[in-house]
Design a protein around this ligand. Structure first.
Ligand SMILES: C[C@H](O)[C@H](O)[C@@H](O)C(=O)CO
Ligand SMILES: [Mn+2]
Length: 417
């Protein structure tokens, strides 16, 4: 699209929004500064560099599109490409299995920061900060139960792993002078009916108490709830109620993954409820299709509702935005760009909402007026504002990035046989 046309459209949009009391320049500035954490695992279908095996243990990636990253250099190359096609501020969310193991057998209860210093340096060069995840899946000891396992040897193994991961996250946070957010998601559960629901939850509670006992100043831990995992359909130890209770009681950050709730549930509704009781939220923005399928995030009602709730609740500074999906059936770089742009569009639309007027209508009981404005705002020219945001940052506008990704596929990804 021609720059002068984008600018002209932006000026018209700016005037239209100003008439509603909305400052588009301010919205763009806020969007530029709001960090989005890119999940490293979209680049290689959650394989990582430890064992090189397909993900197992509650999650699964489907699709066999050619060109997935096979090593650290390729993954970094892909993330650099993704960065070059996006405006804004980005972090990188690493899983423990993406360490630099250098061909050595370093088991999960032996991992140290040494396997991540290269990542820290690289991220600094990319002007990205790091977030982190312990990895309980894709390991011979993953089984059905890790931190909630009644077998002390297995449980100790995973406690040690998670403690070590917290230390790695702390080192990352210190290095980048900004807290590293470390997520703990475990798949623990049961395929069929269990008569020991309470027992496993009590063990998990005790494991978490032990893991989180140590104060580490440069990292923040968050706990991710889930409805069910693949092969563990009947019961999940770390359910929503379990973690909501645990996080509220222990002042721990809660991870809200938009794929982890009943399909008819309005996940965005959890934002204002949880934030009354937990300190912060980590968001895993995903797209469930019938179940927790981890399809590429889109600019759909679920994503839009989530971000508008964040803004309406004044919770932007208490939420960490991350993406979480893994689609191996399409160009993986394209999958990143579609998902990030969807999150950005949803955020921008939330920033552009004429909230003062909507709140005033609501306070005054003017409910027809509120509904009318909510309807009208949907077709305000926010696309022109998003185009300008990209143009201003020298990033491809609109569908222009498709050709860029096709070129990268032909020149780089096609050579990964
Ligand atoms: C790879 C991630 O840890 C994983 O996707 C987790 O966050 C999750 O959502 C599992 O369903
Ligand atoms: Mn998740």
């Amino acid at each position: 699209m021609k720059a002068d046309l984008i600018l002209k459209n932006y000026e018209i949009a700016k005037e239209r929004y100003a008439a509603l009391g909305v400052d588009t320049d301010k919205a763009i500035e806020t969007l530029e500064k709001t960090p989005i954490s890119l999940h490293c695992w979209q680049a290689d279908d959650v394989v990582g560099f430890e064992r090189g095996e397909a993900a197992s243990g509650g999650i699964q990636s489907t699709g066999n599109y050619p060109g997935k990253a096979r090593n650290i250099d390729e993954l970094r190359q892909d993330i650099e490409k993704v960065n070059s096609l996006l405006a804004g501020t980005f972090r990188l969310n690493l899983h423990e299995i993406y360490g630099e193991f250098g061909g050595k057998q370093i088991d999960r209860n032996e991992v140290t920061v040494d396997q991540f210093t290269g990542w820290m340096q690289w991220a600094k060069e990319q002007n990205m900060k790091l977030d982190f995840n312990s990895t309980s899946f894709s390991h011979p000891l993953s089984g059905n139960l890790t931190l909630s396992n009644p077998d002390p040897a297995i449980r100790e193994f995973w406690i040690e792993h998670t403690k070590r991961c917290r230390h790695i996250a702390d080192a990352m946070g210190k290095f980048q002078n900004d807290p590293c957010i470390m997520n703990i998601w475990i798949h623990d559960g049961s395929k069929d009916i269990t008569v020991e629901k309470g027992r496993y939850r009590e063990i998990l509670k005790n494991s978490l108490d032990e893991i989180l006992a140590e104060e580490l100043p440069n990292m923040k831990s968050c706990l991710e709830a889930k409805l069910f995992g693949i092969g563990l359909e009947a019961y999940t130890v770390g359910s929503h109620d379990f973690y909501a209770g645990y996080c509220a009681k222990n002042n721990v950050m809660y991870t809200l993954d938009t794929g982890h709730y009943e399909p008819t549930e309005n996940v965005s509704d959890a934002v204002s409820a949880l934030l009354l009781f937990v300190p912060e939220l980590m968001l895993h923005v995903s797209r469930p299709m019938h179940w927790d399928s981890d399809h590429v995030t889109l600019f759909d009602d679920n994503t839009r509702n989530l971000f508008s709730e964040l803004v309406r609740t004044n919770a932007l500074d208490r939420a960490h935005i991350g993406l979480d999906y893994f689609d191996g059936s399409i160009n993986r770089i394209g999958a990143y760009i579609i998902g990030v742009r969807a999150a950005q569009k949803s955020l921008l639309q939330a920033f552009l909402e004429p909230l003062d007027t909507l709140r005033k209508y609501e306070d005054e009981g003017k409910l027809f007026q509120r509904l009318a404005l909510l309807e009208e705002e949907k077709t305000l020219p926010f696309g022109a504002v998003y185009d300008y945001f990209n143009l201003k940052n020298n990033i491809p506008v609109g569908e222009e990035y498709i050709a860029d990704i096709e070129k990268y596929e032909a020149e780089v990804l096609a050579n990964r046989k």
